[in-house]
Design a protein. Structure first.
Length: 392
């Protein structure tokens, strides 16, 4: 089927679409903390937390093909690094982000060592063990003085003044008095910055020569090695970087004031959640985890209070009114099964297929590397690339 419209990549129409999409995104990000309800801000902050973790996992699994079911441990490393630095040594939570990044990177690089020898389900089991052991390690009595044991740590967030809860950036206070519900937009913007940092890192890697090496390892590691890709170094660095980025949204969780080893996202449930978000959105795409986090949080938030029959839409009431507990997990699981049949490449892949039937994006023709001389008036030849051949 021939598309209805054709757009040249890098042309005026292409840039106009990008500008419109960017403007819409900025508008939504500004509208949520200024005009949205407190529950909406909480939901958006949670979705952003899932985005950051899923983006980091996507770099490892979606682009490199290394399976990890232990990213909840790296998420927890970020949370506890921030919590310990704040409660034990009085650090500002924002200053702990580089420390959490570095600690998780080292741990991730060490965990990647088995990935040099094993892969597939065996690597999944190794990383799953990490996710299972981490909460128990936090409860270990010998380090309870540091981690708080089963009770966890409290008061791990910002140390605002009791009389004037403010936070300044280089002497500028854009937040006002952060009392009560006013603190929610503050955490929302921190989440936005963290997701932006993770996205830019992932995009920079994927669009570079390193990104092509990652895809080559995912598709055929033997062929990648023959072509000169250092498998050991690349896998180790990507695993460490993925773990380090996953620690940043974990630190955000600790900034809200409390962290315990039984927090859902710090257990294996967190690893599975990150994986589901990535698969729903579309593994191996930059926007997939972002779309998946929004859809996941929307479904679980909307169906989380479906205990009373009156809360369930009349069309769906006969199917879910019998449940004594919120059927959010079941509904999302059913939606996931349906999605895998309809869109096996995730929502991002499904969107590309639908849009591709309407609009075709023609890439810019690659310029030839052949050079031909031109003789200017002074007689000294200068070299210019040939014009690309016109399409036949």
């Amino acid at each position: 089927m021939k598309p209805l419209f054709t757009i040249k990549a890098g042309g005026p129409t292409s840039w106009a679409v990008r500008v419109v999409c960017a403007a819409a995104l900025v508008y939504v990000l500004l509208w949520i903390p200024t005009s949205g309800s407190n529950s909406l801000i909480d939901t958006a902050t949670t979705a952003l937390t899932l985005m950051g973790a899923a983006l980091s996992l996507n770099l490892l699994l979606g682009f490199t093909g290394q399976i990890s079911l232990g990213h909840s441990a790296f998420f927890g490393i970020g949370a506890y690094t921030t919590a310990v630095c704040v409660t034990r040594w009085g650090w500002s939570p924002l200053k702990t982000l580089p420390i959490a990044f570095a600690v998780a990177f080292v741990v991730g690089a060490l965990v990647s060592l088995p990935a040099l020898r094993i892969k597939g389900v065996y690597l999944a089991l190794v990383t799953l063990t990490l996710g299972v052991v981490f909460p128990q390690f936090i409860k270990w009595p010998k380090i309870e003085w540091l981690t708080g044991g089963s009770r966890g740590l409290t008061d791990t967030g910002f140390k605002f003044d009791k009389n004037n809860r403010t936070f300044e950036l280089f002497g500028w206070n854009p937040w006002g008095n952060l009392r009560g519900e006013n603190v929610k937009p503050f955490y929302f913007w921190i989440a936005v910055v963290i997701v932006l940092i993770i996205y830019l890192i992932c995009r920079g890697l994927v669009k570079s020569r390193v990104g092509r090496s990652l895809v080559a390892i995912r598709d055929n590691s033997t062929a990648a090695a023959v072509m000169g890709v250092n498998l050991a170094l690349t896998k180790g660095l990507v695993f460490g970087l993925s773990a380090a980025m996953c620690a940043l949204p974990g630190s955000l969780t600790a900034m809200k004031g409390t962290v315990t080893p039984d927090t859902a996202l710090l257990t294996v449930i967190g690893s599975i959640t990150f994986l589901i978000v990535m698969v729903v959105g579309g593994a191996g795409t930059l926007w997939g985890p972002i779309i998946g986090a929004i859809v996941y949080q929307f479904i679980t938030e909307k169906t989380g209070d479906w205990v009373e029959p009156d809360k369930i839409p009349s069309l769906l009431r006969p199917f879910f009114s019998w449940s004594k507990t919120p059927p959010a997990a079941g509904i999302f699981g059913l939606s996931l099964v349906v999605l895998m049949f309809v869109a096996p490449l995730g929502l991002a892949g499904f969107w590309k297929q639908v849009v591709g039937r309407v609009v075709a994006v023609v890439p810019k023709p690659a310029g030839s590397t052949t050079l031909e001389p031109t003789a200017p008036s002074d007689g000294i030849p200068t070299w210019q690339p040939e014009e690309p051949l016109a399409e036949q």
